[in-house]
Design a binder for this molecule. Structure first.
Ligand code: APR
Ligand code: PHB
Length: 389
């Protein structure tokens, strides 16, 4: 088989890139390790930056998010007995869209299928060959049969556990990592959200976040120990702990119910440099990971896709290699800003195991400064709604 762009990974990065390329008549094939049902079964964060929304419009997949998504102009931040609201719209002129990432992926699959896009599921033993040549090719197996795709370029959109990143030789690749000493225990419940906007909480007992998917589907998180497992937490124990961490008014009005999903995610900051080697380009979680605090995972994958899509357009439409030559530096410049913001926001809201009384007072001072200073709020808001591409 031959294609212009072989895309490894059928998550949001790979699908969005494939759909954008298709809109410009650039051919691609997506290779996905799992089934579509498995991919759509993953519960992920749910805050979309304006840049991602614009890309979804450009890709022709924004109809449902514009109908069913929830525009949020601000968020609440609480600490101790205090709480204040950040008005993103007033500070930046922009808000965010609350819409499950799973729904973004669902919309992308629907669009690729409507366009008869080539997606192969259940692929195994994917190998990216000759990436540093002008004729790369991908070999893989499906149903026990060996296959080969000859292509002009390979997009590594296969997430943190994929094969693309490690295709870049170890003496070329530089990796930066920070592992956080806690996790997030997250639940979904078919209950009305406790508040119409998100609530981020720094409490004596640890971080908590009140979010939602729709008016009868709530998403809650509490910081937990890395030694915890979801089975250690009954629904009753979760609700009791959440109520102890969120402001009293919300704790009183919180509507609880049976959880329909319960999982624990570790928190990590991670960046690979460079994001390009020869004709292999890394996008999304294949190249970088952020703690979920700032909801930057999918949104930073989206900016990678934007840069790579336009670089490939430049190559095919203008016969220019400027875009592909500049891709890694351009993508990394924004990646590191998202890493910084996600690290800062996580440092502000979580209780760290060896945190001293001084460290905690510094957190409170930072929160007080954020609460009282417009310049500080504007800086935070600009990062949260999404820095320009
Ligand atoms: N071959 C083919 N597919 C693979 C391979 C492989 N060797 N390894 C992984 N995959 C697939 C995974 O099954 C997954 O569907 O690649 C896809 C990667 O998707 P994500 O992990 O979701 O990463 P990405 O598309 O970059 O999404 C970025 O969106 O999904 C959210 O929050 C998540 O931060 C993440 C962001
Ligand atoms: C979510 O709704 O899952 C969510 C929202 C905001 C975050 C993280 C997760 O910062």
């Amino acid at each position: 088989m031959k294609t212009q762009v072989a895309i490894i990974g059928g998550g949001p990065s790979g699908l969005l890139l494939s759909q954008l390329l298709h809109k410009r008549g650039i051919d691609s094939v997506v290779l996905e390790r799992k089934t579509k049902e498995y991919v759509l079964g993953r519960i992920r964060a749910g805050v979309l930056e304006r840049g991602l929304l614009d890309l979804m419009r450009e890709a022709g997949v924004a109809e449902r998010v514009e109908k069913e998504g929830y525009s949020h102009d601000g968020t609440l931040i609480s600490y101790g007995q205090e709480m204040f609201r950040m008005d993103f719209k007033e500070l930046t002129g922009h808000g965010v869209m609350v819409y499950g990432q799973t729904e973004v992926t669902r919309d992308l699959y629907a669009a690729r299928e409507a366009a008869n896009g080539k997606i192969e599921f259940n692929v195994e033993n994917v190998v990216i060959n000759e990436a540093d040549s002008k004729a790369p090719y991908v070999t893989y197996e499906v149903g026990g049969k060996s296959r080969r795709i000859d292509c002009d370029f390979v997009a590594g959109c296969d997430g943190f556990h994929g094969v693309s990143r490690n295709t870049i030789p170890g003496d070329v690749r530089r990796e930066y990592e920070k592992v956080y000493p806690f996790g997030w225990l997250g639940i979904l419940s078919e209950t009305p959200p406790v508040n119409h906007e998100l609530i981020y909480t720094n409490s004596e007992r640890g971080f908590a976040l009140c979010s939602m998917r729709n008016e009868n589907l709530s998403r809650y998180y509490i910081q937990c120990s890395l030694s915890d497992s979801p089975n250690d937490w009954t629904d009753t124990a979760f609700w009791k702990e959440l109520k102890r961490r969120i402001p009293p008014e919300q704790a009183e009005t919180l509507i609880t119910g049976p959880t329909i999903e319960k999982s624990i995610a570790p928190l990590r900051s991670f960046v690979t440099e460079p994001m390009r080697w020869g004709r292999l380009f890394l996008c999304g979680d294949a190249a970088h990971i952020v703690p979920p605090t700032g909801a930057k995972g999918l949104n930073t994958a989206a900016s990678d896709v934007h840069y790579l899509y336009n670089a490939l357009r430049d190559y095919y439409e203008n016969d220019s290699e400027a875009g592909i030559d500049g891709y890694s530096a351009k993508a990394l410049a924004r990646v590191w800003k998202a890493e910084r913001f996600s690290w800062w926001f996580s440092s502000l809201l979580h209780r760290y195991p060896r945190q001293t009384a001084f460290d905690h007072r510094i957190q409170i001072a930072e929160l007080e400064f954020l609460r009282s200073n417009t310049a500080a709020q504007t800086a935070m808001a600009e990062n949260y709604v999404g820095l320009p591409y």
